[in-house]
Design a protein around this ligand. Structure first.
Ligand code: KG4
Ligand code: ZN
Length: 364
Protein backbone atom coordinates (compact mmCIF):
# COMPACT_ATOMS: atom_id res chain seq x y z
CA UNK A 1 0.00 0.00 0.00
CA UNK A 2 1.75 3.19 -1.07
CA UNK A 3 -0.96 5.81 -0.76
CA UNK A 4 -0.66 8.43 1.98
CA UNK A 5 -2.24 7.24 5.21
CA UNK A 6 -3.27 9.03 8.36
CA UNK A 7 -2.59 7.09 11.54
CA UNK A 8 -3.62 7.85 15.12
CA UNK A 9 -1.02 6.66 17.63
CA UNK A 10 -1.54 5.97 21.34
CA UNK A 11 1.24 5.43 23.91
CA UNK A 12 0.92 4.70 27.64
CA UNK A 13 3.60 2.14 28.49
CA UNK A 14 5.41 4.10 31.19
CA UNK A 15 4.79 7.51 32.76
CA UNK A 16 3.80 9.58 29.72
CA UNK A 17 0.28 9.54 28.29
CA UNK A 18 0.54 10.37 24.60
CA UNK A 19 -1.48 10.55 21.40
CA UNK A 20 -0.39 11.71 17.95
CA UNK A 21 -1.42 11.86 14.33
CA UNK A 22 1.06 11.02 11.59
CA UNK A 23 0.36 11.23 7.86
CA UNK A 24 2.30 9.94 4.87
CA UNK A 25 3.82 6.86 3.33
CA UNK A 26 6.53 4.45 4.41
CA UNK A 27 9.78 6.40 4.82
CA UNK A 28 8.06 9.73 4.08
CA UNK A 29 5.63 10.72 6.79
CA UNK A 30 5.05 13.88 8.78
CA UNK A 31 3.88 14.48 12.32
CA UNK A 32 0.60 16.41 12.27
CA UNK A 33 0.30 16.49 16.06
CA UNK A 34 2.01 14.93 19.06
CA UNK A 35 0.50 15.39 22.52
CA UNK A 36 2.34 14.21 25.64
CA UNK A 37 0.93 14.51 29.16
CA UNK A 38 3.67 13.85 31.72
CA UNK A 39 3.02 12.30 35.11
CA UNK A 40 6.26 13.35 36.84
CA UNK A 41 4.39 15.32 39.55
CA UNK A 42 2.26 12.31 40.50
CA UNK A 43 5.29 10.10 41.13
CA UNK A 44 7.70 12.71 42.54
CA UNK A 45 7.06 11.86 46.20
CA UNK A 46 7.84 8.16 45.63
CA UNK A 47 11.24 8.47 43.97
CA UNK A 48 10.15 6.40 40.97
CA UNK A 49 7.16 5.48 38.82
CA UNK A 50 4.33 3.82 40.82
CA UNK A 51 2.63 1.43 38.35
CA UNK A 52 -0.90 1.71 39.83
CA UNK A 53 -0.78 5.51 39.89
CA UNK A 54 0.55 5.53 36.33
CA UNK A 55 -2.21 3.22 35.04
CA UNK A 56 -4.95 5.28 36.69
CA UNK A 57 -3.55 8.53 35.30
CA UNK A 58 -3.34 7.04 31.81
CA UNK A 59 -6.96 5.89 32.01
CA UNK A 60 -8.00 9.41 33.05
CA UNK A 61 -5.95 11.29 30.45
CA UNK A 62 -6.02 9.10 27.32
CA UNK A 63 -9.31 10.30 25.86
CA UNK A 64 -8.43 13.98 26.37
CA UNK A 65 -5.04 13.36 24.83
CA UNK A 66 -6.57 11.65 21.76
CA UNK A 67 -9.06 14.47 21.35
CA UNK A 68 -6.32 17.10 21.50
CA UNK A 69 -4.12 15.20 19.04
CA UNK A 70 -7.02 14.99 16.56
CA UNK A 71 -7.90 18.67 17.04
CA UNK A 72 -4.34 19.87 16.60
CA UNK A 73 -3.97 17.73 13.46
CA UNK A 74 -7.26 19.19 12.24
CA UNK A 75 -8.61 15.66 11.81
CA UNK A 76 -11.68 13.69 12.77
CA UNK A 77 -12.00 9.92 12.89
CA UNK A 78 -13.24 9.92 9.31
CA UNK A 79 -9.74 11.05 8.27
CA UNK A 80 -8.00 8.29 10.24
CA UNK A 81 -6.99 5.11 8.36
CA UNK A 82 -5.91 3.08 11.38
CA UNK A 83 -5.41 3.29 15.14
CA UNK A 84 -1.95 2.23 16.33
CA UNK A 85 -1.34 1.53 20.00
CA UNK A 86 1.61 0.42 22.13
CA UNK A 87 0.83 -3.17 23.10
CA UNK A 88 4.09 -3.64 25.08
CA UNK A 89 6.66 -3.88 26.51
CA UNK A 90 6.03 -1.73 29.56
CA UNK A 91 4.16 -1.42 32.82
CA UNK A 92 1.23 -3.72 32.28
CA UNK A 93 -1.47 -1.46 33.79
CA UNK A 94 -0.47 1.43 31.55
CA UNK A 95 -0.19 -0.71 28.42
CA UNK A 96 -3.63 -2.16 29.19
CA UNK A 97 -5.13 1.33 29.54
CA UNK A 98 -3.86 2.25 26.08
CA UNK A 99 -4.89 -1.02 24.45
CA UNK A 100 -8.40 -0.79 25.95
CA UNK A 101 -8.74 2.80 24.80
CA UNK A 102 -7.60 1.89 21.26
CA UNK A 103 -9.93 -1.11 21.12
CA UNK A 104 -12.85 1.05 22.23
CA UNK A 105 -12.08 3.65 19.57
CA UNK A 106 -11.59 0.98 16.89
CA UNK A 107 -14.90 -0.68 17.80
CA UNK A 108 -16.77 2.63 17.85
CA UNK A 109 -15.32 4.02 14.61
CA UNK A 110 -14.78 0.82 12.63
CA UNK A 111 -11.14 1.77 12.07
CA UNK A 112 -8.50 -1.02 11.97
CA UNK A 113 -6.42 -1.62 15.09
CA UNK A 114 -2.63 -2.02 14.86
CA UNK A 115 -0.62 -3.17 17.90
CA UNK A 116 2.88 -1.73 18.07
CA UNK A 117 5.98 -2.73 20.01
CA UNK A 118 7.14 0.34 21.95
CA UNK A 119 10.78 -0.44 21.17
CA UNK A 120 9.97 -0.71 17.46
CA UNK A 121 8.48 2.77 17.79
CA UNK A 122 11.82 4.10 19.09
CA UNK A 123 13.81 2.05 16.60
CA UNK A 124 11.83 3.26 13.56
CA UNK A 125 11.89 6.95 14.54
CA UNK A 126 14.83 7.73 12.17
CA UNK A 127 12.54 6.61 9.31
CA UNK A 128 9.91 9.10 10.46
CA UNK A 129 12.29 12.01 11.00
CA UNK A 130 14.81 11.43 8.20
CA UNK A 131 13.44 8.70 5.94
CA UNK A 132 16.51 6.69 6.98
CA UNK A 133 17.13 3.62 4.76
CA UNK A 134 17.66 0.11 6.17
CA UNK A 135 19.95 -1.19 7.56
CA UNK A 136 20.92 1.31 10.25
CA UNK A 137 22.32 1.03 13.74
CA UNK A 138 20.31 2.32 16.69
CA UNK A 139 21.46 2.99 20.25
CA UNK A 140 18.39 3.22 22.47
CA UNK A 141 19.28 4.68 25.88
CA UNK A 142 16.55 5.73 28.28
CA UNK A 143 15.33 5.33 31.84
CA UNK A 144 14.02 1.88 31.01
CA UNK A 145 15.99 0.63 28.04
CA UNK A 146 19.53 0.27 26.80
CA UNK A 147 20.33 -1.67 23.67
CA UNK A 148 22.10 -1.62 20.32
CA UNK A 149 19.76 -2.64 17.53
CA UNK A 150 20.65 -3.40 13.96
CA UNK A 151 17.48 -2.35 12.16
CA UNK A 152 17.18 -4.27 8.90
CA UNK A 153 13.47 -3.77 8.23
CA UNK A 154 10.23 -2.61 9.93
CA UNK A 155 10.02 -5.95 11.71
CA UNK A 156 13.59 -7.13 11.45
CA UNK A 157 15.78 -6.19 14.40
CA UNK A 158 18.97 -7.78 15.69
CA UNK A 159 20.02 -6.86 19.18
CA UNK A 160 23.79 -6.60 19.20
CA UNK A 161 23.97 -6.06 22.95
CA UNK A 162 22.54 -4.08 25.82
CA UNK A 163 22.62 -3.56 29.54
CA UNK A 164 22.83 -6.63 31.72
CA UNK A 165 21.46 -4.76 34.73
CA UNK A 166 20.28 -1.13 35.05
CA UNK A 167 19.39 1.24 32.25
CA UNK A 168 21.72 4.26 32.03
CA UNK A 169 18.88 6.71 32.77
CA UNK A 170 18.25 4.89 36.03
CA UNK A 171 21.92 5.23 36.90
CA UNK A 172 21.76 8.99 36.16
CA UNK A 173 18.64 9.25 38.34
CA UNK A 174 20.22 7.30 41.20
CA UNK A 175 23.40 9.38 40.99
CA UNK A 176 21.31 12.55 41.18
CA UNK A 177 19.59 11.20 44.30
CA UNK A 178 22.94 10.41 45.90
CA UNK A 179 24.14 13.93 45.19
CA UNK A 180 20.95 15.56 46.47
CA UNK A 181 19.87 16.70 43.00
CA UNK A 182 16.22 16.69 41.77
CA UNK A 183 14.52 14.04 39.58
CA UNK A 184 14.58 13.13 36.75
CA UNK A 185 18.28 13.27 37.48
CA UNK A 186 19.95 13.16 34.04
CA UNK A 187 19.75 16.86 33.15
CA UNK A 188 20.77 17.89 36.71
CA UNK A 189 23.79 15.57 36.75
CA UNK A 190 24.77 16.94 33.33
CA UNK A 191 24.48 20.52 34.56
CA UNK A 192 26.50 19.80 37.73
CA UNK A 193 29.15 17.95 35.70
CA UNK A 194 29.93 21.05 33.63
CA UNK A 195 32.11 22.52 36.39
CA UNK A 196 33.45 19.18 37.57
CA UNK A 197 36.85 17.52 37.53
CA UNK A 198 36.15 13.94 36.39
CA UNK A 199 39.63 12.46 37.04
CA UNK A 200 39.34 13.32 40.78
CA UNK A 201 37.23 10.16 41.21
CA UNK A 202 38.49 7.27 39.08
CA UNK A 203 35.39 5.11 38.55
CA UNK A 204 35.21 1.64 36.98
CA UNK A 205 34.22 1.10 33.34
CA UNK A 206 32.53 -2.32 33.69
CA UNK A 207 32.64 -4.93 30.90
CA UNK A 208 35.07 -2.96 28.71
CA UNK A 209 37.41 -5.94 28.83
CA UNK A 210 34.74 -8.06 27.13
CA UNK A 211 34.66 -8.17 23.37
CA UNK A 212 30.91 -7.73 23.03
CA UNK A 213 28.31 -4.94 23.01
CA UNK A 214 26.92 -5.55 26.51
CA UNK A 215 27.03 -2.89 29.20
CA UNK A 216 26.62 -2.68 32.97
CA UNK A 217 25.73 0.38 35.03
CA UNK A 218 24.79 -0.92 38.47
CA UNK A 219 28.41 -1.13 39.71
CA UNK A 220 28.88 2.48 38.70
CA UNK A 221 26.06 3.55 41.01
CA UNK A 222 27.69 1.71 43.88
CA UNK A 223 31.07 3.26 43.07
CA UNK A 224 29.54 6.74 43.19
CA UNK A 225 27.90 5.92 46.52
CA UNK A 226 31.25 4.84 47.97
CA UNK A 227 33.10 7.87 46.59
CA UNK A 228 30.43 10.18 48.00
CA UNK A 229 30.48 8.51 51.42
CA UNK A 230 34.28 8.74 51.54
CA UNK A 231 34.08 12.52 50.95
CA UNK A 232 31.35 12.88 53.59
CA UNK A 233 33.36 10.79 56.09
CA UNK A 234 36.38 12.99 55.50
CA UNK A 235 34.78 16.44 55.42
CA UNK A 236 31.38 15.96 57.07
CA UNK A 237 29.43 16.89 53.92
CA UNK A 238 29.54 17.66 50.21
CA UNK A 239 30.51 21.03 48.74
CA UNK A 240 29.21 22.22 45.37
CA UNK A 241 32.62 21.36 43.93
CA UNK A 242 32.46 17.81 45.36
CA UNK A 243 29.04 17.37 43.74
CA UNK A 244 30.31 18.69 40.43
CA UNK A 245 33.36 16.40 40.51
CA UNK A 246 31.29 13.32 41.39
CA UNK A 247 28.75 14.15 38.65
CA UNK A 248 31.54 14.69 36.11
CA UNK A 249 33.24 11.41 37.08
CA UNK A 250 29.98 9.50 36.69
CA UNK A 251 29.13 11.08 33.36
CA UNK A 252 32.62 10.46 31.99
CA UNK A 253 32.38 6.77 32.92
CA UNK A 254 28.98 6.38 31.22
CA UNK A 255 30.25 8.22 28.14
CA UNK A 256 33.36 6.02 27.93
CA UNK A 257 31.24 2.86 28.19
CA UNK A 258 28.97 4.07 25.38
CA UNK A 259 31.90 5.04 23.16
CA UNK A 260 33.76 1.73 23.52
CA UNK A 261 30.67 -0.44 23.10
CA UNK A 262 29.40 1.68 20.19
CA UNK A 263 32.79 1.25 18.51
CA UNK A 264 32.21 -2.52 18.59
CA UNK A 265 28.58 -2.22 17.46
CA UNK A 266 29.70 -0.04 14.52
CA UNK A 267 32.27 -2.65 13.48
CA UNK A 268 29.58 -5.37 13.46
CA UNK A 269 27.23 -3.08 11.54
CA UNK A 270 29.80 -2.04 8.94
CA UNK A 271 30.51 -5.71 8.26
CA UNK A 272 27.07 -5.73 6.59
CA UNK A 273 28.34 -3.11 4.12
CA UNK A 274 25.42 -0.64 4.37
CA UNK A 275 25.29 1.79 1.43
CA UNK A 276 24.90 4.84 3.68
CA UNK A 277 25.99 3.90 7.22
CA UNK A 278 23.94 5.59 9.96
CA UNK A 279 24.02 5.47 13.76
CA UNK A 280 20.83 6.88 15.28
CA UNK A 281 20.23 7.46 18.97
CA UNK A 282 16.98 7.64 20.92
CA UNK A 283 15.82 7.75 24.53
CA UNK A 284 16.10 10.40 27.24
CA UNK A 285 19.82 9.86 27.83
CA UNK A 286 20.41 10.79 24.19
CA UNK A 287 19.81 14.37 25.38
CA UNK A 288 23.18 14.30 27.15
CA UNK A 289 25.53 16.62 25.26
CA UNK A 290 28.70 14.94 26.47
CA UNK A 291 27.42 11.56 25.23
CA UNK A 292 26.20 13.05 21.94
CA UNK A 293 29.46 14.81 21.17
CA UNK A 294 31.52 11.70 21.96
CA UNK A 295 29.33 9.51 19.72
CA UNK A 296 29.32 12.11 16.96
CA UNK A 297 33.13 12.14 16.98
CA UNK A 298 33.26 8.34 16.95
CA UNK A 299 30.90 8.26 13.97
CA UNK A 300 32.95 10.85 12.07
CA UNK A 301 36.09 8.73 12.62
CA UNK A 302 34.29 5.70 11.17
CA UNK A 303 32.57 7.35 8.20
CA UNK A 304 29.14 6.84 9.77
CA UNK A 305 26.38 9.46 9.70
CA UNK A 306 25.22 10.37 13.21
CA UNK A 307 21.52 10.98 13.56
CA UNK A 308 19.84 12.36 16.66
CA UNK A 309 16.10 12.94 16.15
CA UNK A 310 14.60 16.02 17.88
CA UNK A 311 14.36 15.39 21.62
CA UNK A 312 10.55 15.35 21.60
CA UNK A 313 10.73 12.32 19.29
CA UNK A 314 13.67 10.71 21.15
CA UNK A 315 11.78 10.44 24.43
CA UNK A 316 8.47 8.60 24.82
CA UNK A 317 5.82 9.93 22.43
CA UNK A 318 2.94 8.63 20.32
CA UNK A 319 4.17 9.92 16.94
CA UNK A 320 6.71 7.09 16.88
CA UNK A 321 3.90 4.61 17.65
CA UNK A 322 1.72 6.06 14.88
CA UNK A 323 4.64 5.80 12.45
CA UNK A 324 5.54 2.22 13.43
CA UNK A 325 1.81 1.47 13.03
CA UNK A 326 1.93 3.03 9.57
CA UNK A 327 4.78 0.69 8.58
CA UNK A 328 2.80 -2.35 9.82
CA UNK A 329 -0.48 -1.20 8.30
CA UNK A 330 1.18 -0.50 4.95
CA UNK A 331 2.45 -4.09 5.01
CA UNK A 332 -1.14 -5.28 5.46
CA UNK A 333 -0.77 -6.17 9.13
CA UNK A 334 -3.69 -5.43 11.43
CA UNK A 335 -4.82 -6.80 14.76
CA UNK A 336 -8.25 -7.69 16.04
CA UNK A 337 -9.96 -7.44 19.41
CA UNK A 338 -7.78 -10.29 20.71
CA UNK A 339 -4.77 -7.93 20.77
CA UNK A 340 -3.22 -8.35 24.21
CA UNK A 341 -1.00 -6.16 26.35
CA UNK A 342 2.49 -7.61 26.85
CA UNK A 343 4.72 -6.55 29.76
CA UNK A 344 7.71 -8.16 27.99
CA UNK A 345 8.14 -8.16 24.25
CA UNK A 346 11.70 -8.44 22.97
CA UNK A 347 12.26 -7.07 19.47
CA UNK A 348 14.78 -9.74 18.71
CA UNK A 349 13.66 -13.20 19.78
CA UNK A 350 16.86 -14.77 18.49
CA UNK A 351 19.11 -12.98 21.02
CA UNK A 352 19.37 -14.46 24.50
CA UNK A 353 17.59 -12.38 27.12
CA UNK A 354 19.83 -10.08 29.13
CA UNK A 355 19.49 -10.45 32.87
CA UNK A 356 18.12 -7.73 35.04
CA UNK A 357 15.28 -5.34 35.42
CA UNK A 358 15.08 -1.66 36.30
CA UNK A 359 12.82 0.62 38.24
CA UNK A 360 10.67 1.14 35.17
CA UNK A 361 10.13 -2.55 34.68
CA UNK A 362 11.65 -5.48 32.91
CA UNK A 363 14.09 -4.89 30.10
CA UNK A 364 12.93 -6.33 26.83
O1 KG4 B 1 13.24 8.13 27.26
P1 KG4 B 1 12.86 8.80 28.54
O2 KG4 B 1 12.30 10.17 28.48
O3 KG4 B 1 11.81 7.96 29.35
C1 KG4 B 1 11.85 6.62 29.63
O4 KG4 B 1 12.87 6.12 30.15
O5 KG4 B 1 10.86 5.96 29.32
O6 KG4 B 1 14.18 8.78 29.45
C2 KG4 B 1 14.18 9.34 30.73
C3 KG4 B 1 15.55 9.17 31.30
C4 KG4 B 1 15.64 9.59 32.75
O7 KG4 B 1 16.26 8.56 33.48
C5 KG4 B 1 16.47 10.85 32.70
O8 KG4 B 1 17.25 11.06 33.86
C6 KG4 B 1 17.35 10.61 31.49
O9 KG4 B 1 16.50 9.96 30.57
N1 KG4 B 1 17.85 11.87 30.93
C7 KG4 B 1 19.16 12.18 30.85
C8 KG4 B 1 19.23 13.50 30.33
N2 KG4 B 1 17.94 13.93 30.10
C9 KG4 B 1 17.11 12.91 30.47
N3 KG4 B 1 20.25 11.49 31.18
C10 KG4 B 1 21.44 12.09 30.99
N4 KG4 B 1 21.60 13.35 30.52
C11 KG4 B 1 20.52 14.09 30.18
N5 KG4 B 1 20.67 15.34 29.73
ZN1 ZN C 1 10.60 4.47 25.54
Amino acid sequence: MNRAMTILGIESSCDDTAAAVVRGTVGAAEVLSSEVVEQADLHAAYGGVVPEIAARAHAEKLDICVEQALNKANCSFSDIDAIAVTAGPGLIGGVLSGVMCAKGLAAATGRPLVGVNHLAGHALTPRLTDGCAFPYLMLLVSGGHCQFLLVRGPESFSRLGGTIDDAPGEAFDKTARLLGLPQPGGPHVERAARDGDAPRFPLPRPLLDRDDCNMSFSGLKTAILRARDAVIAEKGGLTEQDRADLAAAFQAAVRDIFVEKTRRAIALYLAEAPAVPVLAIAGGVAANQSVRIALETLCAENGVRFLAPPMALCTDNAAMIAYAGLERFAAGQVDDMSLSARPRWPLDNASPSLIGSGKKGAKA
